[in-house]
Ligand binder design. Structure first.
Ligand SMILES: [Cu+2]
Length: 114
């Protein structure tokens, strides 16, 4: 009898400890997922500096890229869809979406603000 009581007490205790931990882990994970999906959709402001349509590259002076934790700077991006470069020219104000893919920054969407 005592053994069963002890087991019950121990498992109740273990559950009391385990529950908050797992619900905390769950909440953290959900938040992580939420942040990621929000981040991948977030547009970054920028200004076109240079376009290399043949190689699908664009030089952008960009604002803070929240999803990549990158402060504003001027840098070269690879554009996934080269066709999107056709309607842009240096000096254009743009909004773009950039993701990190295999260590490379890839612009998945870019739109002129005109
Ligand atoms: Cu940058």
């Amino acid at each position: 009898m005592n053994t069963i009581k002890n087991i019950l007490a121990v498992s109740a205790l273990a559950m009391g400890i385990a529950m908050p931990v797992s619900s905390f882990a769950q909440a953290t994970m959900d938040q992580g997922k939420m942040n990621m999906s929000q981040a991948s959709d977030s547009m970054t402001d920028g200004e076109v500096k240079k376009i290399d349509a043949d190689n699908g590259k664009i030089t952008l002076k960009h604002g803070d890229i929240k999803n990549l934790d990158m402060p504003g700077m001027t840098m070269v991006f690879t554009v996934r869809d080269k066709g999107q470069l056709a309607k842009l020219k240096p000096g254009d104000k743009v909004q773009f979406v950039v993701v990190q893919e295999g260590g490379k920054m890839v612009v998945t969407d870019i739109q002129s603000m005109r």
